[in-house]
Design a protein around this ligand. Sequence first.
Ligand code: 5GP
Length: 485
Amino acid sequence: MTKSRQSGYYKAVRRVSSLISNTDKELHEILDGIVRSTARALTASASLLLLDSERKNLIHVSSWGLPKSFILKGILDPGKSLKEVETSKPVIISDVTSDDRVQYPETVNKSGIRSVMAVPILIDGKPAGSIRVYTREVYEFTNQDLNFVSTIANLTSMAIDNHILRDMTVQIRREADRVVNPSALSYARPAVFAHPSEKEFSQILDFYDIEWIYEPRSFPISWENDRITEMFTPDFYLPGLDLFIELTTMKQSLVTIKNRKVRRLQELHPDINITLLYKKDYDRLLAKFGYGPLAESRGRGVAKVLYSSAEIQNRVKELANQISAEYQGHNPVMVGVLRGVFCFMADLVRQITIPVVVDFMTISYFRSGTSSKAHVTKDINLSVEGKPVILVEDIVDTGLTLNYIIRHLKEKGVSDLAVCALFDKKARRIANVPLRYRGFTIPDEFIIGYGLDFKEEYRNLPFVGILGKNSESSLSRSGNEKNSK
Ligand code: 5GP
């Protein structure tokens, strides 16, 4: 063992000992410090897991240097995941890619982890949890490494014991049940929705093939001394987008309360992404599928011109110049998403001065009974493997459509994928999609013209306008028929 590694161990043990004797610290602060010191001493990543109150699941209580996707991967079963807790014996795996003691091999592979050492934490001789250390290169853990982590595990059990002595058993259990792992409860049981709108929303997410967890996790948001007095449980967590969503579709009187809760959560956890989906946003989303009140509304003509034909043409020319300069010598494939894009695509490509090829695809909104899946009704004909692609869209609203199409095109092995959207309705974004070229950032209004329709009308207007009051958006159709953009 190198001298510097040895002195790193001493330092870590000293730091952890002083942490656990500090009676001002909360248990979760001590556990965070233990994990951080362990990871740093081994120049690795680390996590601390505790058995939940039923002793059935292992929950990530603290971690250092691990991707969120890894922490959120699901409930760990002490009988399936490494088994150091079940057997009360350390487990060392040099290459996790070929070892069946890993419960979620796919997630582990994706996160780039190669070697793991897991050491149980025993309290009163019984397993209570574990400390795990992970490296991204294949690494043969030494006896000294094992002795060091075992010492840390003993110190951890002392820290927990101290808190038990201070009559804090309940808090530990609560910590294990609530912290870090949003999937703790949700993966274990099917979602029981509190309100039909939540069920509908989950179906929309299914449609876009977006993974979701219902009521993933409860966050304490107010305390009186040490007692938690208020919790907040967002309705959904979308692991792929790392986004919590709270729906405000039920009583509008609750909106202010929800707003306050969301703000409080953001103050306490600035690293957490959370979006409040208002009734209006939600109704628009539903309308695309032929549900909800907006699906029935009727257009009453143009209330206001937002961009004149000349303004649009000028901006399209600027975008074309930018693309021509940046793609010089690259011959990109321009893929348009029909039908709204047809005017924009036609004007854009005619202003581009470098060689490009053009193709189109269509996706449809399709509802059948209660289940639906996003559907590419017309795929591109050209091969895009190894080629740069510019995806051309009329308008990005929630971003869910684009998110779906980007994933679809990436699967075809494009070398570089850029998105060019004429209109960006930023205020209503759910999926954070990257736009390399943006024509106009527009207000949160439903627009028509220049290819964009309301119930198939208005596409041929040369300008872009806002529809009259009460003539809200919809690409809605009724029954089981297909809705094409
Ligand atoms: P997203 O999936 O980003 O919510 O929706 C994108 C699609 O919804 C667009 O490609 C377009 O077909 C439709 N859309 C969104 N906002 C508007 C709008 O203001 N006007 C029109 N006509 N269609 C819209």
